[in-house]
Each structure stands twice: as C-alpha cells, then as structure tokens.
Design a protein around this ligand. Structure first.
Ligand code: SAM
Length: 370
C-alpha cells in the first residue's frame, strides 16, 4: 500500500491511551491498527496482499492453492455419513476471505471439475467488516446466491461440511508479555504516547491469564524474554468447533508449536510488521499503514479443538499437506486440470521451504457423528 494512512488513527489511539490513564495493552493497539473501521490496515488495503501489496499469501500466489483445496473437499465431503449417497447440500464456510479470491478459486474449480457437487455447495463467508464484504461481493458476483455472508461465526447454523481459513489466525490481536527474571514473573507490555510516536511501557497488571510454563524453563529464561499470547485465536477455533456438526475444521497459518516460542532465537518474540514486502521490527510505527502479525500457537489451537470434541486428522507443514494432494491428483482419471508450467511454478512457491512451504503449517481437525 502506498497511500499514507493520515494520522487520524494515530490520534484516536493516543486518545485511547490518555483515557486509559497512560498505556493500553498491545492487543488493543494491534486490533485498532488492523481493523479500525475505514482506517485500519485491513480496512484500507484491498490490495495489501499479493505482488502490488505488502506480503504474499498462498492465495495471492495464484489459483492453485484454491484448486488443490477444492480437489481435497470434493474427495472428502461425500464421505461424510450425512452426505454419502445423498444429494443434500453442504456448507463450505470461510473466514478471513479478504477480497474473496480463495472462495472464487474453490467455487470455479468445483463448477468446472465437479459440477454435480458444485450445485450442492452453500458457501458462507464470515466477515465482520462491511468494507471487505463489498470487495468480496464484487469478486464473487458470478456465483449469485450460492455465496452468503454472516458477520460472526456465532451466527452460523450447525455446519455439515468444512470451516476453513488461510492466514486468518496470524492476523488476530496478541498480547505481548515479558519475563522479569528477578521477580520470576511475567509482565505485560502496553503501548503509551502517540500520536507522533508510540512507546512500549509495562502495564501495572496482566490483562491475560498468566502463562504457565515448566519451572525448569522459567529458571533459565533470560530477563526481558518477550513472547506473545493470543487467546483470541484459540477462542475462535473453539467457537468454530462448536459450530461444526459434522466435517472438518482446516486452517493454514504461519505458526509454531508451543515449545518453539521459547527457543533462544525468539527472545524478542514473533511479532512482526510488513510493508512493501519488507519485514519491519518497529510494530508501533505508522499504525494502519503496515500489517502486524504474530505466529499462531498450534498447540493451543489443537488443545482447544480437542476440548470441543474434535480429532486431529493432520498437522504438519503446508509443504507436506500440498504434496500429498499433488500425489492424489496424479491418480489416473483424477478430476484435476493438467499440471501446466504456471501450475508447477505456483506449486513450487507454495511448497518450497524458502518460500511458503516451511513457514506455514496446516491443521485439520474433524468431527464425525456416530
Ligand atoms: C492475512 S489476511 C489473509 C487473507 C486471505 N485469507 C489470503 O490468504 O489471502 C487476514 C484476513 O483476515 C481478516 N480477519 C481478521 N479477523 C477476522 C475475523 N474475526 N473474522 C473474519 N475475518 C477476519 C482480515 O481482515 C484479513 O482480510
């Protein structure tokens, strides 16, 4: 994004900070920097994702990611006991659809390669923002009433099918914690100052539940070690699980397993900003003009799904997930288009460890009715 955000958002944040008596939790700063109506990064940046934007996602690499996911859905969905041998409709629910490209790639694939199944799809987009709903309506106009929108996951009737997202949860606000080695306790980083310049400031008390870690780890954790906790992501996953009557919950995200957050190379945490395809470490600069993101804690997500009665079917790198699908497309007669050179190039970008193959993981959990 090249246009300047103006300083309206910085002024609103500074007023929020003053009203709070000096500092607000970083999670609040991040939420407003990304999602403030009209001013937040994801409100202004329809073109934030992709070549002309600030960062690539698997969706912005090209249609292949959606094609492979649609191929996967077409293989799996008819095996659900509620759907097997019936012509009943089923739901594909997407959250974090941004400009609607993934939905378009999935629906276009099904229409061409699985026309009978395509007619049964009820595509539902969970989208709290009116601005982004408009972008999505424009991209998906050709699919008419097959696509509908809901403002929140809680409004979704029980789903028989799949709830999916790509890089949704790494865009959820996180709290930033620091370790006070002398006191052997965590403190929370808040944001102070503004509007010209925002600063880190310790909050007087934690606003998230205290982080429970093994005593042996805490004994060696250096003073000032910083990390993030994101209860919003695990809560979202839990809500999604509760909406799933039968089928799958699938997410592809930039993330780690819990112990990996505490490796020495992550002493400053995993919080990052992105602007013009460059990483920035000053996440407090230019609110609304840069993307802010932190690694998803996949251990928390899995635990939250398991607590809601789901079973983990796959957890691993995007590279492994997509390579298994590639192999399945090679079976004789598999309903998948030819592997032309643009498709092969997209596949390499999506799976190469130096590109999106290693940094991204895929988690699939399921609920099967007895
Ligand atoms: C990193 S972008 C990914 C966009 C797209 N899925 C892709 O892969 O190109 C994250 C998207 O999630 C959206 N988002 C954040 N919180 C959300 C929520 N609670 N419900 C739905 N979408 C949300 C953001 O507005 C943004 O469009």
């Amino acid at each position: 994004m090249n246009e300047l955000p103006g300083d309206a958002l910085a002024h609103r944040l500074a007023a929020d900070i003053r009203a709070a008596g000096g500092a607000i939790p970083f999670a609040r700063f991040m939420e407003r920097a990304l999602y403030e109506p009209q001013l937040g990064y994801y409100e202004r940046g329809r073109n934030a994702v992709g070549r002309g934007g600030d960062f690539y996602t698997s969706v912005s690499v090209g249609p292949l990611f959606g094609e492979l996911l649609a191929f996967h859905l077409a293989e799996r969905l008819p095996t659900l006991p509620e759907l097997a041998g019936t012509g009943r409709p089923f739901q594909v629910v997407e959250a974090g659809a941004h400009d609607g490209r993934l939905a378009r790639d999935i629906l276009a694939f099904l229409r061409q390669w699985q026309p009978a199944l395509a007619e049964r799809v009820e595509y539902r987009i969970i989208e709290p923002s009116a601005t982004r709903r408009d972008w999505q309506r424009e991209t998906l106009a050709e699919f008419g009433s097959q696509v509908r929108w809901l403002a929140a996951l809680e409004e979704m009737p029980p789903v028989t099918g799949i709830i999916l997202s790509n890089e949704l949860l790494d865009a959820f606000p996180v709290h930033r914690l620091g370790w006070d080695a002398a006191r052997q306790q965590w403190f929370e980083w808040g944001v102070a100052g503004g509007p010209e310049h925002f600063d880190w400031q310790r909050l007087p008390a934690l606003t998230v539940p205290v982080l429970q870690l093994p005593a042996e780890l805490l004994a060696v954790l250096p003073d000032g070690f910083s990390t993030e906790v994101g209860p919003a992501a695990a809560n979202w996953w839990n809500t999604a699980a509760s909406r799933l009557h039968s089928g799958w919950l699938l997410t592809a995200d930039y993330g780690l397993e819990a112990p990996e957050f505490f490796l020495p190379q992550r002493a400053h945490g995993t919080l990052r900003g992105y602007a013009d395809h460059r990483r920035t470490d000053d996440v407090l600069a230019n609110p609304g003009a840069q993307d802010l993101t932190a690694q998803v804690n996949f251990t928390d997500l899995q635990a939250s799904g398991t607590a809601a009665g789901l079973t983990t079917e796959f957890f691993g790198s995007q590279r492994r997930f997509l390579t298994d699908l590639f192999v399945a497309t090679q079976k004789p007669g598999a309903p998948f288009p030819a592997w032309t050179s643009p498709r092969v190039r997209q596949f390499q970008t999506l799976t190469h460890p130096e590109h999106l193959g290693r940094a991204f993981s895929v988690l699939v959990q399921s609920r099967r009715t007895p």
